[in-house]
Write a protein that binds this ligand. Structure first.
Ligand SMILES: Nc1ncnc2c1ncn2[C@@H]1O[C@H](COP(=O)(O)OP(=O)(O)OP(=O)(O)O)[C@@H](O)[C@H]1O
Ligand SMILES: [Mg+2]
Length: 301
């Protein structure tokens, strides 16, 4: 749906925000773009939406060049920007309806009603935007982005400041949009959201894409698993029969790390060895790395 080829962005003050960015976004997928503050996520999104120009390189949306075919490609895109930009004196209903008109779509009050209801904004439809709470304003931005029935939706930090319950509703709606074939690109600093939602993950750091991977593969490849045994009595040393295992001994615990999830025999063998060695334990804790831990490790590297 989107191809990004050799894109560089150098701002007027000579700061290079994007460095040789190359990747594709597939039709109908949920793609999470993750990266620390200042990594270049918003710059890349603005560039694809035509709000800023690339210094070099090219981007296509649905096969069309975004510069040569600006109107056509922009019409395909809905954008929920990171910065809230709303006109304070306008009502919810008017601002969302107006957005639809900007893209040359015929009025469709039934559709606007549907999205306002889905976003729990229906009872505020006649309110001026200045009278809404922060999370409500954020949801108005989403309604505006959906107003012209886009085929690609960019969500730049859409859930910042939105409460837990509404955030869950919002992600449910995103899943429903995906069902209808909409391609979704999101950024979030709540990495557990990306872990739950994304089909693929891209990590950007200092303007460079450092990884693009299917989420499930990434989790499998990078995930570390650990079993922590709380020892019944302290061990003076790790017995030699256990030297093949990746173990760490502390005062009252023995921690077994066993890398990726494919290593199934290791665990039962390990417990058999423990029995042979008469190692007593009073509790077992297991831990598996989250996408958040994997992300932090990647960015630090
Ligand atoms: N108009 C501009 N002029 C100069 N530098 C800019 C401009 N806009 C952004 N930058 C710089 O480009 C870099 C990337 O900014 P960007 O907003 O894309 O980051 P981000 O990944 O979206 O971060 P965040 O997670 O904080 O939203 C930053 O160092 C920022 O200061
Ligand atoms: Mg940003």
């Amino acid at each position: 749906m989107i191809t990004i080829s050799n894109v560089n962005k150098i701002y007027d003050n000579k700061f290079q925000a994007l460095k040789e960015v190359n990747f594709e976004i597939q039709k109908g997928e949920i793609f999470a773009l993750l990266g620390p503050n200042g990594a270049g996520k918003t710059t890349l999104i603005k560039l694809i939406c035509g709000l800023t120009n690339a210094t070099s390189g090219a981007v296509t949306v649905d096969g069309l060049d975004i510069v040569k075919n600006f109107r056509q490609t922009r019409k395909l895109i809905g954008l929920v920007p990171q910065e809230l930009t709303t006109s304070p004196f306008e009502t919810v209903w008017n601002t969302v309806s107006f957005s639809r008109g900007l893209f040359g779509k015929a009025p469709n009050p039934g559709y606007i009603e549907k999205i306002l209801k889905q976003l729990s904004l229906w009872d505020k439809k006649d309110n001026k935007l200045m009278t809404l709470s922060g999370g409500m304003k954020r949801r108005v931005m989403i309604a505006k982005a959906l107003s012209h029935e886009p085929r690609v939706l960019f969500l730049d930090e859409p859930t910042a400041g939105v409460d837990v319950e509404l955030r869950k509703d919002m992600w449910q709606q995103v899943r429903e949009l995906k069902e209808t074939g909409v391609t979704i690109i999101l950024t979030t600093h709540y990495i557990e959201e990306a872990e739950e939602m994304a089909d693929r993950v891209g990590v950007i750091s200092s303007g460079k894409i450092i990884l693009i991977e299917e989420k499930n593969k990434l989790m499998k490849k990078m995930s570390k698993k650990e079993i922590k045994l709380v020892l019944g009595k302290p061990l003076s040393a790790i017995p030699s029969s256990l030297s093949n295992y990746d173990l760490k001994l502390t005062d009252n615990s023995l921690i077994y790390s066993y890398g990726d999830a494919n290593n199934t025999h290791g665990v039962s063998d390990f417990f058999e060895q423990l029995k042979k060695e008469n190692i007593e334990y009073t509790d077992i804790k297991t831990h598996e790395s989250s996408l958040e831990e994997i992300f932090v490790e990647l960015v630090n590297k």
